[in-house]
Ligand binder design. Structure first.
Ligand code: NAD
Length: 355
């Protein structure tokens, strides 16, 4: 048997907690990758993994991803991730959320929880009844603009797309620039509205066809079937749905000179960042362009912790820095001949003291 710390996804994680609560049936993993810059902050995912090893893998990989994302966004936070192993539609109970809140409290602030797949604002509120080490609460608890981080993420992705168009296509205006968006949910839908207002031409797709069609009608865009969106000939392909969408096959079929979108973990494997570069495609590293949401919930948390008002101008200023952070990565990528995804990883590792 391979020792746990020799497994491929173990990357010197500082702490990995296994949580079980007999009364509520809660089983969870809380992984803290790095606390070099602050407490391990990141979402909690509630998912019915077919196998517990996959849950551990997610906790390890996603907590490292949060270390990188928080560091690159200049936040005083380390990287952490919680994973609850159960079916969110069938098994979730208030008692389970309460037990999870107690488990977070017992860590004494080493992990700060936010919302992720399978969690809702009411779930976050149940956790918050047990611990203050939680953020991304319903708006009425967090103050006027708290709650859903999606609009902040969309705004940051919009600024990143505009910068990618400037750097990759030499255009200072989005007017007439053709963007194909995969996924028209919270992030993709918000992005589409920003882009439409800036005069971009849009092609949209969602596995929920009616959702994409409704948005296309509202914005005067074109909707295409979900399976066709990655092959649309366009200026920018913007992934705003699933992770692991770039593999050998999909990269070969891309017909866009720029890839910039909000989905997490877009590259199936690190070498797919190299493959995008070899095809001459400008890639915006996902955790840099999609940091708007974590920026918003982090400042919300800090204000709540310090008993001060949420400083929206600080959030906006930090999101406004996304284009500059991307450009620094692209410039280094060009001068070193290394893929932007690898440059971003190296920069993040240095920031968390692991170079
Ligand atoms: P969402 O659930 O609101 O929207 C996702 C949309 O993608 C849904 O409409 C879904 O039907 C669609 N979809 C799923 N599979 C698809 C496919 N194969 N083709 C086309 N459409 C598909 O989720 P969201 O909050 O908009 O998040 C989207 C992505 O952005 C995720 O990868 C998420 O991890 C990432 N992200 C979100 C935030 C945030 O603040 N919400 C922050 C950072 C990263």
């Amino acid at each position: 048997m391979t020792a746990f710390w020799e497994s491929a996804d173990f990357d010197e994680h500082e702490r990995v907690e296994l949580v079980h609560d007999r009364a509520s049936g809660l089983t969870a993993i809380i992984a803290i990758h790095s606390s070099h810059l602050g407490p391990g902050a990141g979402g909690t995912r509630f998912w019915h993994y077919p196998d517990p090893e996959m849950a551990m893998r997610d906790a390890l990989r996603l907590s490292r991803g949060m270390s990188y994302k928080n560091a690159m966004a200049g936040l005083p936070m380390g990287g952490g991730k919680g994973v609850i192993l159960a079916n969110p539609a069938r098994d979730k109970t208030p008692a389970m959320m309460t037990a999870y809140g107690r488990a977070i409290e017992a860590l004494g602030g080493a992990y700060i929880a936010a919302e992720d797949v399978g969690m809702t604002e009411p779930d976050m509120a149940s956790i918050a009844a047990q611990t203050s080490f939680v953020t991304g609460l319903p708006a009425e608890k967090a103050g006027e603009q708290g709650g859903d981080p999606g609009p902040y993420t969309s705004h940051g992705v919009f600024l990143g797309v505009r910068e990618a168009v400037r750097v990759g296509l030499g255009k200072t205006s989005l007017s007439g620039v053709h963007v194909a968006i995969q996924g028209t949910g919270s992030v993709g839908g918000g992005l589409a509205r920003h882009l439409a207002a800036a005069g971009a031409r849009l092609t949209l797709a969602d596995i929920d066809k009616a959702r994409a069609a409704r948005l296309a009608e509202e914005l005067g865009a074109t909707a295409v079937p979900a399976e066709a969106i990655m092959q649309v000939e366009c200026d920018v392909f913007s992934p705003c749905a699933l992770g692991a969408i770039f593999d050998d096959e999909s990269i070969a079929a891309l017909r866009a000179p720029v890839v910039a979108g909000g989905a997490n973990n877009q590259l199936a494997r690190p070498e797919h960042g190299d493959a995008l570069m070899q095809r001459g495609i400008l890639y915006a590293p996902d955790y840099v362009i999609n940091a708007g949401g974590i920026i918003a919930v982090t400042y919300e948390y800090l204000a709540q912790r310090d008993g001060t008002a949420r400083d929206v101008s600080r959030i906006e200023a930090s999101i406004a820095g996304i284009p500059e952070r991307l450009t620094a990565i692209w410039e280094r990528s060009r001068s070193e001949g290394t893929a932007p995804s690898r440059i971003a990883d190296a920069m993040a590792q240095k920031l968390i003291g692991r170079d």
